[in-house]
Design a binder for this molecule. Sequence first.
Ligand code: NAP
Length: 302
Amino acid sequence: MSWHVLGAGSLGCLWAARLTRAGIAVQLILRDSSRLASYRRAGGLTLVEQGQARRYPVPGQTADDPQPIRRLLLACKAYDAETAIAGIAARLAPGAELVLLQNGLGSQAAVAALVPQARCIFASSTEGAFRDGARVVFAGQGHTWLGDPLDDRPPRWLVDLERSGIPHQWSPDILGRLWRKLALNCAINPLSVLYDCRNGGLSDHPEEVAALCTELAQLLRTCGQTAAALDLHAEVQRVIQATAANYSSMHQDVAQGRRTEIAYLLGHACATAQQHRLALPHLEALHARLLEYLRAHGLPSH
Ligand code: NAP
């Protein structure tokens, strides 16, 4: 059975290349016919691993191709997910399964609501890849956790990931994992943008970090995510130390003038707190400062 991978970006190409070289059929869905034409002219996608570039002639198509979709990896940014799924919804075969790779929270539920006939599997990945012109560079080994909040039975196609050497694990608590990652992101990334510093620079702002962690843990507990709230501050401090020399992904996005996924990270945290009528003054102030900063730098605030 063929996989469809929607989004020929960093993670989409990384997955498509590994599935393809394991002999698994993949179709890459590109944004439009002009992108498809240039993709075909290039002879497929190019993945760079450990300095070695290799081309994979993965077949490409656009959303309006008639082929039914049974298994889809959604590999676009969170803010593109709903539009992308709306564009292929009519092609989903009965019993179709979707893997949603988006960071943060909010886009997964929005996608699932658009396609109630499909099984939506949420993913959280620590793999790292980036686009370098037309090529994709596999920059950091990592792991991908997959899970379905509505059904904890693992899908049979996990064997495809095994065969492809994609490090993964089926997680019965994928929402807890996504909430924990979101909380870590909210405690580190926005401040790294506002102070224009590497993660290690946040060691100069311990009280601010601590106050955010207290509120984030309160939010997690209010959402029923008690395990995800445990020792949050200690882990944030560990991450700040361990990644002291790195710029956060949000800092990199802003520095390169790219749209951020703020609405699905800090924005989602603040919106969820409001739904629960939970006052989190430090988190709300941070959100307001970040939105203002993005506006001042001409970047979308959603
Ligand atoms: P990316 O490099 O920007 O790739 C996204 C791709 O999706 C782009 O090629 C984009 O096309 C395409 N796309 C968007 N809408 C589309 C549509 N309607 N039809 C067809 N293609 C469409 O993003 P990424 O870095 O792979 O990230 C994907 C998600 O994974 C994000 O939520 C990110 O936070 C998460 N993530 C990424 C990494 C990483 O290391 N990259 C690690 C962990 C998690 P255009 O180029 O035309 O916009």
